[in-house]
Design a protein around this ligand. Structure first.
Ligand SMILES: [Zn+2]
Length: 431
């Protein structure tokens, strides 16, 4: 998969996937035995949901435990252990340490194989009330709920023994490092040969861990306290960027003419990007958001080493590549004007997320049974953020619906769960 995946990243991909399904409920639509006196689909679903409800309190406890023990990407040892412990209790065979911390369990042997994904990682939000004091990690994006959702589906299918009536298999995949952070740490992992990609799902695709999976889904929390779901979610892709302007130091007061001011070069580069914004097309949903991570050494020295990190995001792959080229030119122009040197390091970010229509419709129908039609929003919604689920949807069919039960701005200290049943339990029943 490795080489093919790189092609996906740098050349783009127009693969189309076609699945036909009309019945409500995702797993059941794709996996119910087509012949041979099996039980009625609604009866099977009822039994699975009963089993999930029986373990409602346990699922909430699991979700809360992860919430209070947040871990950052590629370091999610405790959370992975919790997943493994539950797989063992259920007798689910699994493999672990995939892309360092990923855990992949499977029930059934037949095709098709549907994967339920749950992200193990937290993000850095040190002022969050439950942040880890040492690492600043906090579940300010609600990934803890995804793991509860994943285990909820496990409990339902295994406890009810309904898995034996399905004509296919289900993979439960706890995946690491969705948040694209701690770039220096991850680059070190790359240098050590431990990973090749900064995002967990990307790395798992490279390792071939999605090769046996036919389609994948996961539910992502959204800031809406109500029992609602948004089922047709697409997202921007992005390219990450680390930039270094190299000038020449000299006395800032006594002899600035002997120096080359790397900060001035960087500021011109950033102004160049801003001047380009009027050329961005609305339909491309472009976002370019650089930050200066190092502005100089001391105020009395002409800055000689200035660093910038940036994301370039866009809805479609072509626009992403095109905008990235323009942004790099603008950054280079800043260096040229001042006579500084520049190093631009483009990092493979995430691919645009393109949801599979059929899966989205099936998910919507099933969600309506639990939440009522009026609370299932199936209209197309494009988010200008990004996820490595985008990479998955470029390789196999997948969906990334948003689920309510949460409040506050995501990635901030205000983000919290306000409806535990909606956050931890109901998405498991919908899937
Ligand atoms: Zn997230």
């Amino acid at each position: 998969m490795c080489g093919v995946y790189r092609d996906f990243l740098w050349i783009g991909n127009n693969s189309t996937h076609c699945f036909k399904a009309s019945r409500t409920n995702l797993i059941f639509s794709f996996l119910t035995k087509k012949e041979g006196g099996c039980m009625n689909i609604n009866e099977l679903k009822r039994r699975v949901c009963e089993c999930i409800d029986e373990r409602k309190e346990e699922l909430i406890e699991i979700g809360e435990k992860i919430f209070k023990n947040p871990e950052l990407g590629y370091k999610e040892e405790k959370t992975a252990k919790l997943v493994k412990k539950n797989f063992e209790k259920l007798g689910i065979e699994y493999r672990d340490k995939l892309a360092l911390t990923g855990v992949k369990g499977k029930i059934g042997t037949k095709a098709p194989n549907i994967a339920i994904l749950g992200e193990l990682d937290a993000l850095i939000c040190p002022d969050h009330p439950y942040a880890n004091k040492k690492t600043g990690a906090a579940h300010a994006c609600g990934h803890n709920a995804m793991i509860a959702n994943l285990l909820g589906v496990c409990f339902g299918l295994v406890d009810s023994k309904v898995i034996n009536s399905l004509d296919g298999s289900v993979t439960f995949f706890a995946v690491p490092a969705e948040e694209y952070i701690e770039i220096e740490f991850r680059k070190k992992l790359m240098e050590e040969g431990k990973i090749e990609f900064l995002g967990g799902k990307q790395e798992l695709i490279r390792l071939g861990e999605f090769d046996d999976i036919d389609m994948a889904m996961m539910c992502h929390p959204t800031s809406n306290p109500n029992r609602v779901v948004y089922t047709n979610i697409s997202m921007n892709g992005f390219i990450g960027k680390v930039v270094r302007y190299i000038g020449r130091a000299s006395h800032a007061g006594g002899a600035p003419e002997k120096g080359i001011n790397a900060l001035n070069a960087a500021i011109l580069g950033l102004q160049g990007i801003n001047a380009l914004r009027e050329t961005f097309k609305d339909e491309d949903c472009i976002r370019v958001h650089p930050i200066i991570t190092k502005g100089g050494e001391g105020v009395n020295v002409v800055p000689s080493d200035v660093r910038i990190e940036a994301y370039v995001r866009a809805k479609k792959f072509d626009a992403l590549i095109e905008t990235n080229k323009k942004v790099n030119k603008a950054l280079e122009a800043g260096a040229m004007a001042i006579g500084a040197n520049i190093e631009i390091n483009d990092l493979s970010g995430y691919m645009p997320l393109v949801p599979n229509d059929t899966m989205g419709k099936v998910f919507s129908n099933n969600a309506s049974e639990f939440l009522g039609k009026e609370n299932v929003i199936g209209s197309k919604i494009h988010l200008t953020g990004s996820s490595d689920m985008g990479d998955v949807t470029q390789v196999i069919p997948g969906i990334h619906p948003l689920v309510g039960g949460f409040e506050g701005e995501p990635h901030s200290k205000e983000f919290k769960i306000v409806d535990k049943e909606m956050a931890y339990v109901i998405p498991a029943k919908i899937m």
